[in-house]
Design a protein around this ligand. Structure first.
Ligand SMILES: Cc1cc2nc3c(=O)[nH]c(=O)nc-3n(C[C@H](O)[C@H](O)[C@H](O)COP(=O)(O)OP(=O)(O)OC[C@H]3O[C@@H](n4cnc5c(N)ncnc54)[C@H](O)[C@@H]3O)c2cc1C
Length: 379
């Protein structure tokens, strides 16, 4: 059987996950263009809810929880539970290392290039491009700094993840603490913001220190490692897409939440399936967006609400959490919510705020359609 030569640009989450997935196809031949990602050598956590397309990451995860909670000032704690869709923390080094080992079981080479001039390869049948997309400022970002800490005395409840705790300083934008308790003494504590501008490291560090002391009474701890990130909460309109765009480049990062890992895995499986099952070597394949149109529309409206009324964010997230059961929230966050869940969410949200944003989003969509040159129009 003839090999299917594939080139992948970018050796991050999407690039290496796709290379690993393609290695399951008989006679696959992959050329990966790009330097090893820092996430392969320095660990950070990928959080996701267990879904049927995430069997391998689920098994490799460092920890999992069936309970999670949301907190905000002047509000009762919302705690949810799901045994079918548990929440998992996977180390980037574990996942990318395993992907590389799988890829190396077939014809695989990585070429250490970085820049616009990529070596052409006449032999390649498909090129997948995971270089990050270009986005026009201003756009909302999820930016964060987290410390994995160890305390001398027990400080954490290892059975419950704190997905969002808004009992924090809201003066610079939407701000919450994300806390993954690995055991009673060890946790990843992340100061996370949704806003248009990032903050200096000291800002997040002070927020974590204050949170540990004020909310948990922890004043003495060791920082084991730090993780830091800035994820666009926007829809990329200019992907590097002379080729098939994948990963963040194809809009895989869910704009309203910053979650991407689950969608990237869904996408690379779809691509590998399409290649493995195509009728003949002349057939092309289509790379589908890992997000449904309805989810993208809801995200656009939600982001508009957050941008216009950031002070309402804590109450909106609490309302969302209160309206859904654990399974339902997991499915909504993973892009598999059915109509009953969507209706629950719509009913839980304040109508005025959301209707106004829905109208604005429709008007913007019409404006961009009208601004597009018609087919055949002379520029
Ligand atoms: C610290 C951190 C924590 C995160 N936590 C979560 C989480 O808990 N859950 C979740 O779902 N998502 C999370 N995300 C978001 C998301 O999963 C990641 O951003 C994911 O890595 C996106 O994958 P990607 O392959 O599209 O992009 P990347 O992983 O960024 O890969 C793109 C690759 O392209 C390379 N590249 C760029 N330019 C060139 C060039 N010219 N030539 C060759 N290569 C090039 C880069 O070096 C990079 O390796 C997190 C992100 C970060 C940074």
């Amino acid at each position: 059987m003839r090999a299917t030569p594939v080139t992948i640009i970018g050796a991050g989450c999407a690039g290496l996950s796709l290379a690993a997935e393609l290695s399951k196809i008989e006679n696959s031949k992959v050329k990966l263009l790009g330097r090893p990602s820092p996430a392969e050598t320095t660990p950070h956590v990928w959080g996701f809810w267990r879904m049927d397309w995430l069997e391998e990451p689920t098994h490799q995860s460092r920890a999992s929880w069936s309970k999670w909670e949301f907190l905000a000032p002047d509000s009762a704690v919302v705690r949810q539970e799901s045994t079918t869709h548990s929440y998992h923390a996977l180390l980037s080094t574990d996942w990318l290392g395993a992907c590389r080992r799988k890829a190396q079981t077939t014809q695989f080479e990585q070429i250490d290039v970085d820049g616009p001039n990529l070596p052409a390869d006449e032999d390649t049948e498909f090129v997948f491009d995971s270089r990050p997309p270009e986005l026009d400022e201003p756009f909302m970002k999820q930016h964060f700094l987290g410390w994995e800490i160890k305390t001398k005395t027990p400080a954490f409840n290892p059975s419950v993840v704190r997905l969002m705790d808004f009992t924090t300083d809201q003066s610079r934008g939407i701000h919450f603490i994300y806390l993954l308790p690995f055991d009673a003494h060890t946790a990843l504590v992340e100061s996370t913001m949704f806003s248009f501008t990032t903050e200096p490291n000291s800002w997040y560090e002070d927020a974590i220190t204050a949170y540990l002391s004020d909310q948990l009474g922890v004043t003495s701890f060791n920082v084991q490692r730090t993780e830091k990130g800035c994820i666009p909460m926007a829809f990329p309109d200019r992907p590097h897409s002379r080729y098939h765009a994948i990963g963040g480049n194809s809009g895989a990062v869910r704009a309203s939440s910053g979650y991407a890992f689950t969608f990237i895995q869904k996408q690379v499986k779809q691509i590998a399936r399409a290649i493995a099952t195509r009728a003949d070597t002349q057939s092309t394949i289509a790379v589908r967006s890992p997000h449904r149109t309805l989810d993208r529309m809801m995200d656009a409206v939600f982001l508009d609400v957050l941008a216009r009324a950031p002070k309402h964010a804590p109450s909106l997230f609490m309302k969302l959490a209160r309206a859904l059961r654990g399974d339902e929230l997991a499915r909504f966050m993973s892009g598999t919510a059915g109509s009953a869940i969507i209706i629950k969410i719509i009913f839980a949200m304040p109508k005025g705020l959301f209707l106004y944003s829905a109208v604005r989003c429709c008007a913007n969509a019409i404006k961009s359609c009208l601004a597009m040159p018609l087919k055949g129009q002379i520029k």
